[in-house]
Write a protein that binds this ligand. Structure first.
Ligand code: ADP
Ligand code: MG
Length: 330
Protein backbone atom coordinates (compact mmCIF):
# COMPACT_ATOMS: atom_id res chain seq x y z
CA UNK A 1 0.00 0.00 0.00
CA UNK A 2 1.07 3.53 -0.62
CA UNK A 3 1.55 5.61 2.51
CA UNK A 4 -0.77 8.46 1.54
CA UNK A 5 -3.73 6.14 1.39
CA UNK A 6 -3.48 5.96 5.15
CA UNK A 7 -2.92 9.63 5.73
CA UNK A 8 -4.93 11.13 8.56
CA UNK A 9 -8.31 12.17 7.38
CA UNK A 10 -9.95 15.26 8.84
CA UNK A 11 -13.55 16.22 8.40
CA UNK A 12 -15.78 19.03 9.62
CA UNK A 13 -19.49 18.39 10.14
CA UNK A 14 -22.13 21.08 10.40
CA UNK A 15 -24.83 19.13 12.18
CA UNK A 16 -27.64 21.56 11.51
CA UNK A 17 -31.26 21.27 12.53
CA UNK A 18 -32.29 21.39 8.87
CA UNK A 19 -29.20 20.36 6.89
CA UNK A 20 -25.99 18.50 7.56
CA UNK A 21 -23.02 19.69 5.53
CA UNK A 22 -19.69 17.92 5.56
CA UNK A 23 -16.30 19.41 4.75
CA UNK A 24 -13.36 17.15 3.99
CA UNK A 25 -9.87 18.56 4.41
CA UNK A 26 -8.33 18.99 0.99
CA UNK A 27 -11.61 18.53 -0.87
CA UNK A 28 -14.03 21.14 0.48
CA UNK A 29 -17.73 20.61 1.09
CA UNK A 30 -18.59 17.16 -0.20
CA UNK A 31 -21.99 16.50 1.35
CA UNK A 32 -25.06 18.63 1.91
CA UNK A 33 -28.21 16.74 2.82
CA UNK A 34 -31.24 17.30 5.04
CA UNK A 35 -30.78 16.18 8.68
CA UNK A 36 -33.53 13.59 8.41
CA UNK A 37 -33.74 9.93 9.40
CA UNK A 38 -36.52 7.51 8.46
CA UNK A 39 -37.11 4.70 10.94
CA UNK A 40 -39.17 1.52 11.06
CA UNK A 41 -41.61 2.33 13.88
CA UNK A 42 -41.66 -1.04 15.65
CA UNK A 43 -38.04 -2.09 15.40
CA UNK A 44 -36.38 1.32 15.31
CA UNK A 45 -34.42 0.10 12.31
CA UNK A 46 -33.12 2.82 9.98
CA UNK A 47 -34.74 2.82 6.56
CA UNK A 48 -33.13 5.91 5.04
CA UNK A 49 -31.01 8.96 5.93
CA UNK A 50 -30.59 12.40 4.38
CA UNK A 51 -32.15 13.33 1.04
CA UNK A 52 -33.88 9.99 0.65
CA UNK A 53 -35.45 10.21 4.12
CA UNK A 54 -36.44 13.84 3.53
CA UNK A 55 -38.52 12.86 0.52
CA UNK A 56 -40.48 10.59 2.83
CA UNK A 57 -41.55 13.36 5.25
CA UNK A 58 -45.32 13.54 5.41
CA UNK A 59 -45.57 10.66 2.95
CA UNK A 60 -44.68 7.66 5.10
CA UNK A 61 -46.95 4.65 5.57
CA UNK A 62 -48.00 3.92 9.16
CA UNK A 63 -45.02 1.67 9.80
CA UNK A 64 -42.31 4.24 8.99
CA UNK A 65 -41.55 7.60 10.62
CA UNK A 66 -39.33 10.26 9.10
CA UNK A 67 -37.83 12.43 11.86
CA UNK A 68 -35.43 15.32 12.17
CA UNK A 69 -33.41 14.31 15.23
CA UNK A 70 -31.94 17.81 15.75
CA UNK A 71 -35.20 19.63 15.11
CA UNK A 72 -35.30 22.12 18.00
CA UNK A 73 -31.58 22.59 18.21
CA UNK A 74 -31.17 19.82 20.75
CA UNK A 75 -30.31 16.17 20.37
CA UNK A 76 -33.69 14.72 21.12
CA UNK A 77 -32.81 11.25 19.90
CA UNK A 78 -29.30 10.18 20.74
CA UNK A 79 -29.38 6.89 18.81
CA UNK A 80 -30.87 8.48 15.73
CA UNK A 81 -28.37 11.32 15.79
CA UNK A 82 -25.52 8.83 16.16
CA UNK A 83 -26.85 6.78 13.25
CA UNK A 84 -27.16 9.87 11.11
CA UNK A 85 -23.62 10.91 11.90
CA UNK A 86 -22.37 7.41 11.10
CA UNK A 87 -24.09 7.62 7.72
CA UNK A 88 -22.44 10.96 6.90
CA UNK A 89 -19.00 9.94 8.22
CA UNK A 90 -19.10 6.69 6.26
CA UNK A 91 -20.05 8.55 3.12
CA UNK A 92 -16.77 10.48 3.28
CA UNK A 93 -14.60 7.44 3.89
CA UNK A 94 -12.98 5.31 1.25
CA UNK A 95 -11.98 1.70 1.74
CA UNK A 96 -8.45 2.61 2.72
CA UNK A 97 -8.96 5.69 4.80
CA UNK A 98 -8.20 5.55 8.50
CA UNK A 99 -10.61 6.76 11.19
CA UNK A 100 -11.05 10.50 10.74
CA UNK A 101 -10.52 13.36 13.14
CA UNK A 102 -13.80 15.22 13.29
CA UNK A 103 -14.81 18.76 14.22
CA UNK A 104 -18.55 19.10 14.73
CA UNK A 105 -20.64 22.19 14.92
CA UNK A 106 -23.83 21.73 16.93
CA UNK A 107 -26.77 24.13 17.19
CA UNK A 108 -26.75 26.64 20.02
CA UNK A 109 -29.82 25.22 21.73
CA UNK A 110 -28.20 22.20 23.34
CA UNK A 111 -27.04 21.73 26.92
CA UNK A 112 -23.47 20.72 27.81
CA UNK A 113 -24.67 17.15 28.34
CA UNK A 114 -26.28 17.08 24.91
CA UNK A 115 -23.17 18.51 23.31
CA UNK A 116 -21.08 15.87 25.03
CA UNK A 117 -23.50 13.32 23.60
CA UNK A 118 -22.66 14.53 20.09
CA UNK A 119 -18.98 13.85 20.71
CA UNK A 120 -19.85 10.37 21.98
CA UNK A 121 -22.08 9.80 18.97
CA UNK A 122 -19.22 10.78 16.63
CA UNK A 123 -16.83 8.39 18.34
CA UNK A 124 -19.43 5.66 18.11
CA UNK A 125 -19.89 6.55 14.46
CA UNK A 126 -16.22 5.89 13.69
CA UNK A 127 -14.35 9.11 14.49
CA UNK A 128 -10.86 8.72 15.95
CA UNK A 129 -11.17 12.01 17.81
CA UNK A 130 -14.03 14.51 17.93
CA UNK A 131 -14.11 18.19 18.85
CA UNK A 132 -16.92 20.71 19.05
CA UNK A 133 -17.13 24.25 17.76
CA UNK A 134 -19.80 26.83 18.52
CA UNK A 135 -22.10 27.59 15.63
CA UNK A 136 -21.85 31.40 15.45
CA UNK A 137 -18.09 31.11 15.69
CA UNK A 138 -17.95 28.59 12.83
CA UNK A 139 -20.35 30.76 10.83
CA UNK A 140 -18.11 33.80 11.33
CA UNK A 141 -15.00 31.91 10.18
CA UNK A 142 -16.90 30.62 7.14
CA UNK A 143 -18.09 34.13 6.34
CA UNK A 144 -14.46 35.23 6.31
CA UNK A 145 -14.75 37.56 9.32
CA UNK A 146 -11.50 38.39 11.14
CA UNK A 147 -12.45 36.36 14.25
CA UNK A 148 -8.96 36.35 15.76
CA UNK A 149 -8.28 40.07 15.36
CA UNK A 150 -8.90 42.68 18.04
CA UNK A 151 -11.84 43.90 15.96
CA UNK A 152 -15.48 43.28 16.75
CA UNK A 153 -17.52 41.32 14.20
CA UNK A 154 -21.19 40.44 14.39
CA UNK A 155 -22.79 37.41 12.81
CA UNK A 156 -26.45 36.37 12.71
CA UNK A 157 -26.96 32.73 11.71
CA UNK A 158 -30.56 31.92 10.85
CA UNK A 159 -30.96 28.17 10.55
CA UNK A 160 -33.96 25.85 10.64
CA UNK A 161 -34.37 25.42 14.40
CA UNK A 162 -32.41 28.31 15.84
CA UNK A 163 -31.17 31.81 15.17
CA UNK A 164 -27.80 32.54 16.77
CA UNK A 165 -26.54 36.08 17.12
CA UNK A 166 -23.01 36.75 18.32
CA UNK A 167 -20.34 39.40 18.45
CA UNK A 168 -16.84 38.01 18.20
CA UNK A 169 -13.41 39.44 18.92
CA UNK A 170 -9.95 37.98 19.63
CA UNK A 171 -11.04 34.41 18.96
CA UNK A 172 -13.99 34.38 21.34
CA UNK A 173 -17.69 35.18 21.60
CA UNK A 174 -18.21 38.50 23.41
CA UNK A 175 -21.99 38.69 23.52
CA UNK A 176 -24.82 36.73 21.99
CA UNK A 177 -28.39 35.53 21.94
CA UNK A 178 -30.15 32.39 20.73
CA UNK A 179 -33.77 32.06 19.74
CA UNK A 180 -36.12 29.49 18.23
CA UNK A 181 -37.40 32.16 15.85
CA UNK A 182 -35.86 30.72 12.70
CA UNK A 183 -36.80 28.82 9.53
CA UNK A 184 -39.02 26.14 11.11
CA UNK A 185 -40.94 28.75 13.09
CA UNK A 186 -41.61 30.60 9.81
CA UNK A 187 -42.89 27.37 8.20
CA UNK A 188 -45.18 26.72 11.19
CA UNK A 189 -46.47 30.30 11.09
CA UNK A 190 -47.27 29.91 7.37
CA UNK A 191 -49.10 26.63 8.00
CA UNK A 192 -51.30 28.10 10.70
CA UNK A 193 -51.94 31.32 8.76
CA UNK A 194 -53.18 29.35 5.73
CA UNK A 195 -55.26 27.07 7.93
CA UNK A 196 -56.95 30.03 9.59
CA UNK A 197 -57.41 32.23 6.54
CA UNK A 198 -58.17 29.66 3.85
CA UNK A 199 -59.27 26.56 5.79
CA UNK A 200 -56.54 24.69 4.00
CA UNK A 201 -54.22 22.23 5.67
CA UNK A 202 -50.76 22.13 4.07
CA UNK A 203 -47.73 19.97 4.81
CA UNK A 204 -44.33 20.98 6.22
CA UNK A 205 -42.63 20.67 2.84
CA UNK A 206 -45.23 22.84 1.11
CA UNK A 207 -44.95 25.55 3.77
CA UNK A 208 -41.19 25.62 3.37
CA UNK A 209 -41.24 25.80 -0.41
CA UNK A 210 -43.80 28.62 -0.47
CA UNK A 211 -41.61 30.51 2.03
CA UNK A 212 -38.55 30.06 -0.18
CA UNK A 213 -40.47 31.06 -3.30
CA UNK A 214 -42.51 33.99 -2.00
CA UNK A 215 -41.44 34.83 1.54
CA UNK A 216 -40.19 38.28 2.43
CA UNK A 217 -39.43 40.38 5.47
CA UNK A 218 -41.50 43.38 4.39
CA UNK A 219 -44.96 43.96 3.02
CA UNK A 220 -43.82 46.52 0.43
CA UNK A 221 -41.42 44.01 -1.03
CA UNK A 222 -44.11 41.31 -0.92
CA UNK A 223 -46.36 43.42 -3.15
CA UNK A 224 -43.79 43.04 -5.93
CA UNK A 225 -43.43 39.29 -5.51
CA UNK A 226 -46.84 38.23 -6.82
CA UNK A 227 -48.58 34.97 -6.01
CA UNK A 228 -48.38 31.21 -6.40
CA UNK A 229 -50.61 28.14 -6.26
CA UNK A 230 -50.47 25.75 -3.33
CA UNK A 231 -52.12 22.45 -2.67
CA UNK A 232 -53.41 20.94 0.52
CA UNK A 233 -56.51 19.45 2.11
CA UNK A 234 -59.66 21.51 2.46
CA UNK A 235 -60.65 21.40 6.13
CA UNK A 236 -64.33 21.85 5.32
CA UNK A 237 -64.82 19.24 2.59
CA UNK A 238 -61.86 17.06 3.49
CA UNK A 239 -60.90 16.98 -0.19
CA UNK A 240 -57.66 18.03 -1.92
CA UNK A 241 -57.74 21.65 -3.03
CA UNK A 242 -55.54 24.16 -4.84
CA UNK A 243 -55.61 27.83 -3.92
CA UNK A 244 -53.73 30.94 -5.03
CA UNK A 245 -51.79 32.62 -2.29
CA UNK A 246 -50.28 36.11 -2.32
CA UNK A 247 -46.75 36.97 -1.22
CA UNK A 248 -48.32 39.48 1.17
CA UNK A 249 -50.02 36.54 2.96
CA UNK A 250 -46.62 34.99 3.52
CA UNK A 251 -44.98 38.21 4.73
CA UNK A 252 -47.88 38.73 7.13
CA UNK A 253 -47.66 35.12 8.36
CA UNK A 254 -43.95 35.29 9.15
CA UNK A 255 -43.84 38.89 10.39
CA UNK A 256 -43.73 37.94 14.07
CA UNK A 257 -40.82 35.57 13.56
CA UNK A 258 -38.97 38.26 11.60
CA UNK A 259 -39.67 40.80 14.37
CA UNK A 260 -38.25 38.36 16.94
CA UNK A 261 -35.07 37.95 14.93
CA UNK A 262 -34.70 41.74 14.70
CA UNK A 263 -35.31 42.02 18.45
CA UNK A 264 -32.54 39.62 19.43
CA UNK A 265 -30.12 41.41 17.12
CA UNK A 266 -31.01 44.68 18.86
CA UNK A 267 -30.74 43.14 22.32
CA UNK A 268 -27.32 41.74 21.49
CA UNK A 269 -26.17 45.14 20.23
CA UNK A 270 -27.44 46.69 23.46
CA UNK A 271 -25.25 44.53 25.64
CA UNK A 272 -22.18 44.70 23.45
CA UNK A 273 -19.22 46.72 24.81
CA UNK A 274 -18.94 50.13 23.09
CA UNK A 275 -15.63 49.48 21.28
CA UNK A 276 -17.10 46.39 19.69
CA UNK A 277 -20.32 48.22 18.81
CA UNK A 278 -18.24 50.85 17.07
CA UNK A 279 -16.50 48.14 15.01
CA UNK A 280 -19.85 46.59 14.12
CA UNK A 281 -21.17 49.95 12.92
CA UNK A 282 -18.07 50.31 10.73
CA UNK A 283 -17.95 46.78 9.38
CA UNK A 284 -21.62 45.83 9.40
CA UNK A 285 -23.51 42.72 10.46
CA UNK A 286 -23.15 39.52 8.43
CA UNK A 287 -26.06 37.11 7.93
CA UNK A 288 -25.45 33.37 7.45
CA UNK A 289 -27.62 30.23 7.40
CA UNK A 290 -30.49 29.48 5.03
CA UNK A 291 -32.73 32.11 6.62
CA UNK A 292 -30.30 34.81 5.45
CA UNK A 293 -31.76 34.21 1.98
CA UNK A 294 -35.21 35.47 2.99
CA UNK A 295 -36.07 38.37 0.68
CA UNK A 296 -35.53 41.75 2.33
CA UNK A 297 -34.30 40.41 5.66
CA UNK A 298 -30.94 42.16 5.51
CA UNK A 299 -32.66 45.48 4.71
CA UNK A 300 -35.19 45.00 7.51
CA UNK A 301 -32.45 44.38 10.09
CA UNK A 302 -30.47 47.32 8.77
CA UNK A 303 -33.49 49.66 8.96
CA UNK A 304 -34.20 48.61 12.53
CA UNK A 305 -30.62 48.91 13.81
CA UNK A 306 -29.09 51.63 11.62
CA UNK A 307 -26.17 49.32 10.97
CA UNK A 308 -25.24 48.03 7.49
CA UNK A 309 -26.17 44.36 7.02
CA UNK A 310 -24.72 41.95 4.45
CA UNK A 311 -25.61 38.44 3.42
CA UNK A 312 -22.55 36.17 3.44
CA UNK A 313 -21.38 34.47 0.30
CA UNK A 314 -23.03 31.04 0.12
CA UNK A 315 -24.84 31.44 3.48
CA UNK A 316 -26.02 27.80 3.64
CA UNK A 317 -22.41 26.57 3.62
CA UNK A 318 -20.72 29.10 5.92
CA UNK A 319 -20.88 26.95 9.04
CA UNK A 320 -19.52 23.84 7.32
CA UNK A 321 -16.77 25.90 5.72
CA UNK A 322 -15.88 27.51 9.07
CA UNK A 323 -15.92 24.13 10.79
CA UNK A 324 -13.63 22.81 8.09
CA UNK A 325 -11.25 25.74 8.38
CA UNK A 326 -11.15 25.25 12.16
CA UNK A 327 -9.71 21.78 11.45
CA UNK A 328 -6.42 23.41 10.62
CA UNK A 329 -6.10 24.61 14.22
CA UNK A 330 -6.44 21.25 15.95
P1 ADP B 1 -29.52 24.50 9.95
O1 ADP B 1 -28.16 25.06 10.17
O2 ADP B 1 -30.42 24.64 11.13
O3 ADP B 1 -29.48 23.11 9.39
P2 ADP B 1 -29.62 25.96 7.45
O4 ADP B 1 -28.63 27.04 7.66
O5 ADP B 1 -29.23 24.82 6.60
O6 ADP B 1 -30.20 25.42 8.84
O7 ADP B 1 -30.94 26.68 6.86
C1 ADP B 1 -32.10 25.97 6.66
C2 ADP B 1 -33.27 26.91 6.79
O8 ADP B 1 -33.16 27.96 5.82
C3 ADP B 1 -34.59 26.19 6.50
O9 ADP B 1 -35.56 26.60 7.44
C4 ADP B 1 -34.92 26.67 5.10
O10 ADP B 1 -36.32 26.67 4.86
C5 ADP B 1 -34.38 28.08 5.13
N1 ADP B 1 -34.15 28.63 3.78
C6 ADP B 1 -33.41 28.11 2.78
N2 ADP B 1 -33.46 28.89 1.68
C7 ADP B 1 -34.26 29.94 1.99
C8 ADP B 1 -34.74 31.10 1.28
N3 ADP B 1 -34.39 31.34 0.01
N4 ADP B 1 -35.56 31.96 1.93
C9 ADP B 1 -35.92 31.74 3.21
N5 ADP B 1 -35.51 30.68 3.94
C10 ADP B 1 -34.70 29.79 3.34
MG1 MG C 1 -26.72 25.92 10.90
Amino acid sequence: MVWWLFKKQRIGIDLGTANTNVYVDGKGIVIGEPSVVALEKDTGEIVAVGEEANNMIGRTPGSIVATRPMKDGVIAEFDTTAAMMEYFINKTRSKWSSKPQVVICVPGGGTEVEKRAVVDAALLAGAREAFLIEEPFAAAIGADLPVNDPTGSMVVDIGGGTTDVATISLGGIVSGRMSRSAGDAMDEAITSFIRNKYNLLIGERTAESVKIELGSASEELAKELGSTEIRGRDLVTGLPKTITIEATDISEAISEVVEDIIDIVKETLEDTPPEISADVIDRGIVLTGGGALLNGLAEAISDATDVPVFVANDPLNCVALGTGLALKHI
